[in-house]
Design a protein around this ligand. Structure first.
Ligand SMILES: Cc1cc2nc3c(=O)[nH]c(=O)nc-3n(C[C@H](O)[C@H](O)[C@H](O)COP(=O)(O)OP(=O)(O)OC[C@H]3O[C@@H](n4cnc5c(N)ncnc54)[C@H](O)[C@@H]3O)c2cc1C
Length: 468
């Protein structure tokens, strides 16, 4: 029998009666499971999720749910097809034995696999002081339970809502609360909302949006302490500029932490930045050797992208979770020659203060910015980011019609500044300006894209070779 035929036989066997385990029963996990069944996987499929719910959608939690237009319990993800899985919900995976191909669960059970997909995503970064974070009225927003709790607190009619951190989620929360007529203060350590994700130029536009919509926006400040009343309810926050804000609802929106602790000691290349994998979604072990039976998808993954200098990208994007899950599932059930890379161009959307914001590419890589269409002051524009003479990203405010065009520009590494003329070009579109991103080594509310590549010019890391 030739090697090829025996490999085909192993794959056929896997597809017919193999055991696939998915850890993380949410968007990426579900979409991967659906793709596996679509590709004819007939073996056993186990879905392990630490939340007690079947997969639900998170974007509505900071939008429709907070506006009162939907309830958190009704955000279940639509199913593309039945997946005939053994659901192990409400129980976390607590360990991985790579040699024995076994996942340990919090209830003591062990589940064996032939192929494993890890899609454990991220969780909200908690308020650093545990006692203050436990005060009644203090929330984070990542899960359905978080959404339900915050929805209830808003239904009670708070006197003032304080949002700490003005990234996308914090800004959406502030927007929803203003739309419902609550007094809102936003405290942001950076110079403007969205500054880590879109840079200072667009951040200023976002700041105007906050202020025009009645948000009491405080930038360049940190909340240093949350204060409770004798009943354990939050009543005030103290800021680094000496001011105090009285608030009965506080939403901590300080970005996310990757759910990788359960892999500590497993030998997998997992850490606070996520789980490193190749472009085919195969996880690396700690030695940097690619595994062939463990795959990664969604927010927890960090993978290299040829379009962006092979830097490792960690994306907290809905569309990325779907696309990467699809690629991982395809590759898990394919011979190496048929595998494909996950080369999705990052894309993100948000809606806040009545404005539809979309981006493609990697804005934080941009050093320059040019408003190609429309105008920043009108808040209806296409801004293109440049990096080393090429188009690296584009952001639209209420102007997404042209986004596919700019996506193509990014994919084809088109020159920056773009040499062509555009409709609705204004004088501000004549000359690029610095995109004005804060120093990435200073932690902010967290951009939704993190670059964690290695540059030889970067002297912040030292590498100590192991001795044998
Ligand atoms: C409020 C909010 C608004 C958003 N809005 C947008 C938006 O407008 N646009 C956009 O592009 N994206 C948005 N996102 C991001 C988007 O929802 C995520 O990119 C997407 O959910 C990622 O899917 P995932 O399956 O990789 O991870 P997750 O959805 O985080 O799912 C991971 C799952 O794994 C579980 N898990 C973790 N550890 C373990 C363990 N050890 N054992 C078992 N299970 C475990 C987690 O509890 C979770 O259920 C938003 C996210 C939030 C929270």
């Amino acid at each position: 029998m030739t090697a090829q035929r025996s490999r085909d036989g192993a794959l056929e066997h896997l597809k017919r009666e193999g055991r696939i385990v998915v850890v993380g029963a949410s968007l990426a996990g579900l979409r991967a499971a659906e793709t596996m069944r679509e590709k004819g996987f007939a073996g056993s499929l186990t879905m392990i999720g630490d939340e007690p719910y079947e997969p639900y959608d998170r974007p509505p939690l900071s939008k429709q749910v907070l506006l009162g237009n939907a309830v958190a319990q009704h955000t279940a993800l639509p199913r593309r097809r039945a997946i005939d899985a053994d659901w192990r919900l409400g129980v976390p995976a607590t360990g991985l034995d790579m040699a024995a191909r076994r996942v340990r669960l919090g209830n003591g059970d062990e589940v064996e696999y032939d192929r494993l997909l890890i899609a454990t995503g991220v969780r909200a970064r908690p308020w650093p002081n545990e006692e203050e974070g436990a005060l009644q009225g203090v929330f984070v927003l990542r899960t359905r339970d978080d959404g339900e709790g915050l929805q209830r607190a808003l239904a009670a009619g708070p006197r003032r809502v304080l949002v700490i951190g003005a990234g996308f989620t914090g800004s959406e929360i502030a927007s929803a609360c203003r739309e419902r007529g609550f007094d809102v203060t936003v405290a942001e350590r950076g110079s403007a909302p969205l500054v880590g994700a879109l840079g200072g130029v667009i951040g200023e536009v976002a700041a105007e949006m906050h202020r025009e919509n009645g948000v009491d926006l405080r930038t360049g400040v940190m909340v240093t302490r949350l204060e409770g009343d004798p009943a354990g309810r939050v009543r005030a926050a103290h800021l680094s500029d000496g001011s105090t804000i009285e608030a009965d609802v506080v939403v901590v929106s300080l970005g996310a932490q990757r759910n990788t602790e359960w892999l500590t000691g497993s030998g997998l290349g997992a850490g606070p930045r996520g789980i490193a994998c190749d472009a085919g979604c195969r996880a690396f072990d700690i030695r940097g050797i690619v595994t062939d039976d463990i795959y990664v998808a969604g927010d927890v993954a960090r993978s290299p992208h040829a379009l962006f200098g092979y830097q490792f990208l960690s994306l907290e994007h809905w569309g990325n979770a779907v696309a990467q899950a699809d690629t991982a599932a395809h590759n898990m059930l394919s011979e190496s020659a048929d595998r494909r890379p996950h080369l999705w161009v990052p894309a993100f959307w948000s809606s806040q203060f009545g404005v539809n914001i979309k981006s493609v590419g990697v804005p934080p890589m941009g050093t320059e910015l040019l408003v190609m269409q429309g105008s920043l002051t009108e808040r209806r524009f296409v801004a293109v980011y440049g990096y080393q003479g090429r188009v690296i990203a584009a952001v639209t405010f209420d102007n997404c019609r042209w986004l596919p065009f700019y996506e193509h520009q990014i994919e084809t590494t088109a020159p920056f500044p773009p040499p062509f003329t555009t409709v609705d070009r204004r004088p501000e579109g004549n000359k690029p300006v610095p995109a004005d991103f804060p120093d990435p080594s200073i932690p902010s509310h967290g951009p939704t894209i993190t670059l964690s590549g290695y540059s030889p010019a970067d002297r912040k890391m030292t590498f100590t070779p192991a001795r044998h």
